[in-house]
Write a protein that binds this ligand. Sequence first.
Ligand code: CMC
Length: 429
Amino acid sequence: MSEIAKLELNGTTYELPVIEGTENEKGIDIGKLRGSTGGYITIDPGFKNTGSTKSAITYLDGENGILRYRGYSIEELAEKASFLEVAYLVIYGELPTTEQNEVFTHSITNHTLVHEDMKQFFEAYPAKAHPMGVLSSMVCSLSTFYPESLDQDRDEEAIDLTIHRLIAKLPTLAAWSYKNSMRHPVVYPQNDLDYCENFLSMMFAMPTSEYKVDRTVVTALNKLLILHADHEQNCSTSTVRLVGSSHANLYASISAGISALWGPLHGGANQAVIEMLEQIHNDGGDVDKWVAKAKDKSDSFRLMGFGHRVYKNFDPRATIIKVACDDVLDKMGVDDPLLAIAKKLEKVALEDEYFKARNLYPNVDFYSGIIYKAIGIPTEMFTVMFSIGRLPGWIAQWKEMRENNEPIGRPRQIYTGYNVRDYVSIEKR
Ligand code: CMC
């Protein structure tokens, strides 16, 4: 028998249906609450208890540290799959067959080039422009080059083309924003390289020297992108869905997602981790002092890369990436004082009662920042890397929302401002 929740309000009992997901997650459906109670809404700042949609893309169990894309465990995908295979899985729902994989990979490889006119946009940005600002603007600008993407009634084939263009061009835009920040000539995509190799080549090759791809780096990058590919209804993904719910085009929706990801409480944390480690290093490297600051409620300092809204035991992505991180540092023989501070911080925080009581564990961004630093990605590009990884998830969620014909997202509020008052002319104020 299906469960029913009962709400008692001013002597009346309202019955609210309970909906259940395929992993027995339960939600109380309040869709008719306002109408039947004469105006009552629920309030939940930060949406800590609010489900915004039903979704078949990603399953996440924060208590038990489980993350699966379309039913496949993140551990298995990170170990065995390529990023493009995972992108296909997340977006289209199934792992590609050999033929589907070939067609998809071929299409992505052949759309990597960015219109030459866009190069002028890059040149107009100041060298110190943050690459996330550039990336978000450039992705939105793509819509101006492909105006047919504005048509909401396009057929599936046309939507697929936009999807392929986005996946293909994001690494090019990302690498070019980096090259531009150094006022270096851009490196064009190379069709004989795979997705990760091509990105690394566009980042690090110089007109005067060829870039030699390092397998350890490619493997680590492939893993990192897979681990970031989707994370259900997080801040940036909810943003993509919300923007898309107004029937804004896919480029605009993804651009909004990139902006949401930028913040240090979300994807910007990987950059913030390295900046924090530098701060601790420059301050003499006293880890205990900074841990004490993080615990002090009168101090706004937080340990970046620790804690998570949904993972309350461990972040399964962090477990995988910690191993990859050790591997990269080992193989590349990196000797960096910041890494020593990171290790110390990890140990102290994991043993400290404050962090244990609040279930604050190192999250994926703690380790991803360290790997990116070791492979030579500049700190300001870290969140850009996260965007490349998260792109398939954003696309899949936008597509699902569209296919489910979801209504425009429009939360309510409880108004706490002034009651009606009379206008006072400026001389009398
Ligand atoms: N350092 C010190 N104390 C912390 C931290 C931290 N990093 N994170 C949470 N707390 C404390 C917080 O002060 C609160 O303490 P109390 O109960 O005594 O008031 C308690 O832990 C619960 O914190 P919260 O802010 O209510 O938790 P939240 O779920 O709203 O926030 C978070 C989650 C990720 C925003 C937060 O843990 C944080 O700011 N972490 C640092 C930034 C970070 O690493 N973000 C990346 C998240 S992973 C990438 C992604 O998926 O976006």
